[in-house]
Design a protein around this ligand. Structure first.
Ligand code: GLC
Length: 729
């Protein structure tokens, strides 16, 4: 008997023994984080009235709850304990947007594997991660949790992290179930306002927002979580089109679906359900198997069945999916569910991995006059800014179990690195990154004048990104800009390191700096990673997974945009300052852009500098004429033209010049991170297929049309080394 058949039989046999209330109990998930277990909760466990709990972080309580559920209930079904292990449990890795900036899915997989080990030890068998919502609006706080704006890049990370959490054997003691969230279209919220409306044509949903979820399903993700938002008028939690037709019938997903926190009840606020009974009915019919935190299922499913509104089969299908995952997880026999014991300290190899991930995630945005790397023989250095010695903010959003005492801050790491060889002038300059108090400005300028170079650590608090934290203004908060401008008066080389959960509008302030490193929120090993980059132990190699806008008014701005009928790069742009006063009405010669800022972003998708220069040459495509269903190779030679060994992310983009629906000006179709010694040349090749060049038409069919294509390979989405190929009938 195959493993799957064996699991199916176990679930079927157990289901056959269950009463209706016990079946409904499996579909109920509640949070509990206190250090006691109230008697009514114990009673609900004994009655089999709860299938899962989240946030049970007190180890003894976690173990005791499982013991009651198994030893004191009629059927002894273990709970599945969930936790938001988004980018680490005790060891905190860079936020997901930063991990995407490594363009190294394998590394992200290793981070997830490490996090799974720590979370499993703490008594959790389920993480509500990876979040894989495509995010093209940095006002949206949850961009921090995403893998950025591109479906190809996000799909690679989604699949890798699912495999990292779940390992090769889901029943292994250190494997935890992953959760593909938030299904679907959550990142398309209007105005970048969290929870807001998403209007997405289904072919765009399928080409842009769904691919990461399909990649997660193909990677055997155990669970999927519904999104808070509606799509075109239907809340995701009541959306049979996406939950049943696409997720299950088209893709063959056979895990279970959990609602997001109270998302079932929120369908009343959406104006989609009359009351909780209606919400229970519509959520179950749509395909939600388990309800997180609200009580529509607990309070109304039994009566809906007794009234014949809901069939027992619908209920049995949902419970079976839940039981199958519990059996696959080995909860009944393999998982140590009575011995929750969180790691006392982060494991050494996890710390090393956290540093490696942080180091590879940092993006060098500017390096005028080769300011970086700083000399290791520097005699005096100013280390400033509100985030220079902050051990909490750098852990980022959705840090639930990381501890500040584990963090190595930039100041600590720089002190450790330079030792007594240099005088370090430290001054935060502001009590917090949100402070507007300018009283420390003069001393800060003085300390800068006493130093050979200035390192300024600016950014956002972790709470200013993440769930429910969208911002309309994306500048550095507080008086940070003003303080940086003040310090720049010293005339000393100024290195700006920005620690934030999203792209910020840093164009003006970057003018005041000689070099800019974008470090996101890098986690526990923030300091050592930055010290290695600042002093040149390693060269920066991160690349932007999301476009940086010049200003909020430019949003949405992303690289895979359409060309329009008036592409701005084809005309000379009349900027506002050059328009004469009282000018006559004229729209000739203008293009899809802004009079005041043009059309280019501050920094493009895929952008990132190094301490060396990479030269791309000899791009080749073979064969350059292919039929649908055939493959072809594209290759290029990359040379490290500088004096330092370094890594580069080689990126491949294509454009379908003419199609039955307009296509983006560029789409990422391949990338590879390589390491080159000084003067070394490597031939990088990509295996491509005609099938990868398709799109969904208005009938929702995935089609590959014949025609001419452009192909670029380079170090970012503005790559200009180009070749052509053709798909022929
Ligand atoms: C939240 C989030 C979701 C998270 C869940 C449990 O509201 O939207 O991502 O996993 O609740 O904490």
């Amino acid at each position: 008997m195959s493993e799957d058949t064996n699991i199916d039989k176990k679930a079927k046999d157990l289901l056959a023994k269950m009463t209706l209330p016990e079946k409904i109990g499996q579909m109920v998930q509640i949070a509990h984080s206190s250090d006691t277990i109230p008697e009514d909760l114990k009673q609900r466990l004994r009655e089999g009235g709860i299938g899962s709990m989240l946030n049970v972080t007190v180890p003894e309580i976690n173990s005791e709850i499982q013991r009651i559920a198994v030893r004191e209930s009629r059927l002894g079904i273990p709970l599945i304990m969930g936790r938001d292990v988004i980018h680490g449990y005790r060891t905190i890795f860079p936020i997901p947007l930063a991990q995407a900036a490594t363009w190294d899915p394998q590394l992200a997989k290793e981070c997830a594997r490490a996090a799974a080990r720590e979370a499993a030890a703490a008594g959790f068998q389920w993480t509500f991660a990876p979040m894989m919502d495509i995010a093209r609006d940095p006002r949206w706080g949850r961009i921090a949790e995403s893998f950025g704006e591109d479906p190809f890049l996000a799909s690679r990370f989604a699949a890798a992290i699912v495999r990292g959490f779940q390992g090769d054997d889901l029943s292994a003691p250190d494997a935890i179930a992953a959760c593909a969230k938030h299904f679907a279209g959550y990142g398309a919220a209007e105005g970048g306002r969290d929870y807001d409306t998403a209007n997405i044509p289904e072919n765009l949903l399928r080409d842009v927002y769904l691919p990461p979820f399909k990649a997660a399903v193909d990677a055997k993700v155990a669970t999927v979580m519904t999104a808070f938002n509606e799509i075109n008028g239907v809340p995701s939690t009541g959306n049979a089109r996406i939950l049943r037709s696409i997720l299950r019938e088209e893709w063959g997903f056979c895990g279970f679906v959990v609602s997001d926190w109270r998302a079932t009840a929120e369908m009343i606020d959406h104006g989609f359900c009359e009351d909780m009974k209606d919400a229970a009915k519509k959520a179950l019919i749509a395909g939600v198997d388990m309800e997180m935190q609200s009580s529509a299922y607990r309070d109304h499913l039994l009566e809906l069945i007794e009234e014949g509104v809901i069939s027992v089969k619908l209920l049995d299908d949902a419970v079976t999916r839940i039981l199958r995952i519990k059996f696959q997880l080995g909860l009944f026999d393999r998982k140590p569910i009575y011995s929750a014991k969180p790691p006392e300290t982060p494991e050494y190899e996890n710390i090393d991995l956290a540093k490696k991930a942080a180091l590879k995630s940092v993006v060098l945005l500017k390096n005028q006059n080769k300011t970086l790397p700083l000399s290791r023989k520097i005699r005096s250095i100013a280390v400033m800014g509100p985030l220079a010695d902050d051990s909490y903010e750098v852990l980022g959003t959705w840090n639930r179990d990381g501890r500040v005492e584990d963090t190595v801050t930039p100041l600590t790491a720089i002190r450790n690195y330079l030792g007594a060889s240099a005088q370090i002038h430290y001054l935060a300059g502001l009590e917090s990154s949100r402070s507007a108090n300018t009283s420390q400005f003069a001393p800060a300028l003085e300390k800068a004048r006493q130093s050979e170079a200035v390192l300024f650590f600016a950014g956002e608090e972790s709470i200013l990104s993440g769930e429910a934290h969208s911002r309309a203004h994306l500048n550095l908060p507080g008086a940070q800009d003003a303080l940086i401008a003040e310090i720049s008066k010293s005339g000393k080389p100024l290195v700006l390191v920005i620690l934030a959960g999203r792209p910020l509008t840093i164009g003006d302030i970057s003018e005041k700096a000689d070099a800019v490193l974008y470090a996101w929120h890098p986690g526990t090993m923030c300091g050592p990673a930055l010290a290695d980059l600042i002093f040149g132990i390693e060269a920066p190699s991160g690349k932007l997974p999301v476009t940086f806008p010049k200003t909020e008014g430019q949003i949405p701005v992303y690289y895979a945009h359409k060309n329009t009928g008036r592409p701005p790069d084809k005309v000379s742009l009349t900027m506002m300052d050059s328009i004469p006063l009282r000018a006559q009405q004229s729209s000739l010669g203008d293009a899809a852009r802004y009079l005041d800022i043009g059309y280019k972003p501050l920094y493009p998708f895929g952008y990132g500098l190094s301490y060396t220069t990479f030269i791309y040459a000899n791009i080749r495509i073979s064969p350059d004429k292919i039929r649908s269903g055939e493959g072809f190779k594209a290759s290029v030679e990359v040379t490290n033209a500088g004096e330092m060994e370094a890594e580069e992310v080689v990126q491949l983009y294509v454009r379908d010049r003419t199609a039955s629906l307009t296509r983006p000006v560029k789409e990422l179709k391949g990338f590879e991170r390589i390491r080159l010694k000084p003067k070394e040349t490597k031939n990088v090749s990509f295996d491509l297929s005609a099938g990868a060049m398709g799109f969904h038409n208005s009938a929702m069919e995935y089609i590959v049309e014949p025609g001419k294509f452009d192909l670029w390979i380079g170090g970012d989405s503005h790559a200009d080394l180009m070749a052509e190929f053709q798909i022929i009938e």
